[in-house]
Design a protein around this ligand. Structure first.
Ligand SMILES: [Ca+2]
Length: 433
């Protein structure tokens, strides 16, 4: 199983920066506090029963077979099935919430028999419902999988069309995302209900309810993960999905678990990762990178570079490292390196040079590692510097990020990072959208 973590938002306004969205633990980006108020509104539209099963088609058959090894067919065994994320050990929690990214636009239909289930999540404690974001040959779908009572099928399915996106998603870390809540709703029976937050009415709408005996005792934990079912395209040498979903990101953020009746941020105890961060090659997609944005309530998986993003490494030789600023190796960093010793005086700074852009406000994600909460200043093209807080990422080799909005010019820009009064975090890279 995989991992996930979300982001939060801060409002910020200067001539240079207009907004800041932190991808640090604990905050809910745009949903705000109201998203965590357990108010039940209406019911999310969708197909149920035979209609849901029919709409899922082969994607449902594959999904079922992935979990039931005894019934796997030759076609399934011939393909790679793997996953990674966080898991929720039984006894640590009994419910989960997460903000799950949605891939939109063209290129969301898989080919070559591939299926991507990401994020897909089920709480600990014998939960009956797994909420799955599925990319299939017939398009993207959201479904509630019913894992109880021997039914083991898709219980409800919603096509992620424009109406769904308008009501049930908001922009989190630059991409659409829905927020789901799955928890036990009967104290006398094993009854679970899944909810989605409705951003038009600002209440939780119910999605699906299931009850009965949990059918997967071989998995004594829940999960929130990136899962794929793929085969290699002989023409490219990589999984079909790796090309079809190139540039796409899959993120789970603001993961919370229900601990003794209280919603708590997922952490390394109640939501450990499924082992070390894997390589993309292990998923038949060398361009696929996995990262824990924050342990362990935010994970982010990215296939190649974002299509509109302009990524620049802090350690690039074209940058200016002034004063004590220096490159250091870090296995968890993009390119295997970070730039440290920035700040603690104006002489020690990191400046990105020649950042190409169109004129106007751009969202810029700054990736950094910091074992402590620090801050950084940012100055574009020699302009007035603004200060941005950089919360701890949990370790000096653990990369997290913040998003700032910078006003850039055409065509070439300098972006300088520093801190005149204290040490800044160690910088990994920036991505301009
Ligand atoms: Ca780097």
């Amino acid at each position: 199983m995989p991992l996930t973590l979300p982001g939060r938002a801060l409002a910020w306004s200067t001539a240079l920066l207009t907004t800041i969205a932190l991808t640090i633990p604990g905050m809910t980006a745009t949903a705000g506090a109201s998203a965590d108020t357990a108010v039940t509104g209406g019911t999310v539209p969708g197909l149920t029963g035979a209609a849901a099963v029919a709409a899922a088609g082969p994607a449902a058959d594959r999904f079922r077979e992935l979990r039931q090894s005894s019934t796997r067919k030759a076609a399934v065994l011939a393909q790679l099935h793997t996953s990674w994320g966080v898991n929720f050990p039984n006894g640590q929690s009994a419910g989960m919430r997460a903000t799950q990214s949605v891939v939109t636009g063209t290129g969301t239909t898989t080919s070559g028999g591939d299926y991507v289930y990401a994020p897909t999540a089920i709480p600990a404690g014998g939960a009956c419902i797994e909420m799955t974001t599925a990319y299939t040959p017939s398009g993207p779908k959201l479904w509630a999988w019913d894992w109880c009572g021997g039914r083991d099928t898709v219980g409800k399915l919603t096509n992620m069309d424009s109406a769904f996106l308008a009501a049930y998603t908001t922009t989190v870390n630059g991409r659409p995302a829905y927020r789901t809540d799955i928890h036990k709703t009967s104290t006398t029976a094993n009854t679970w209900t899944a909810y989605l937050y409705n951003y038009q009415t600002n209440v939780w709408d119910s999605y699906f309810t299931s009850t009965g005996t949990y059918d997967l005792p071989q998995f004594p934990f829940g999960w929130d993960m990136f899962e794929v079912y793929t085969s290699i395209n002989p023409a490219t040498g990589v999984g079909y999905y790796c090309t079809g979903l190139a540039g796409r990101a899959f993120e789970s953020s603001s993961i919370q678990v229900l601990v003794n009746g209280v919603w708590t941020a997922a952490n390394t105890t109640n939501a450990p990762t499924d082992g070390a961060v894997p390589s993309g090659s292990a998923f038949d997609c060398p361009a696929l990178t996995f990262s824990v944005v924050h342990p362990n309530d935010n994970w982010l998986d990215q296939i190649g570079a974002p299509p509109s993003g302009n990524s620049a490494e802090a350690e690039a030789s074209t940058n200016t490292l002034a004063g004590q600023a220096a490159v250091r190796s870090s296995s968890g960093a993009s390119g295997g390196a970070l730039v440290g010793y920035v700040g603690n005086g104006t002489a020690n700074y990191l400046q990105f040079n020649g950042i190409t852009s169109t004129a106007g406000a751009h969202s810029v994600r700054v990736y950094y590692a910091s074992g402590a909460t620090r801050s950084m200043t940012i100055s574009v093209n020699g302009g007035t510097a603004i200060s941005v807080s950089t919360p701890s990422t949990g370790g000096w080799d653990t990369v997290g990020s913040v998003v700032v909005t910078l006003n850039l010019v055409a065509v070439s820009n300098t972006i300088r990072f520093g801190n005149p009064t204290g040490w800044a975090p160690d910088f990994d890279r920036i991505v301009i959208s």
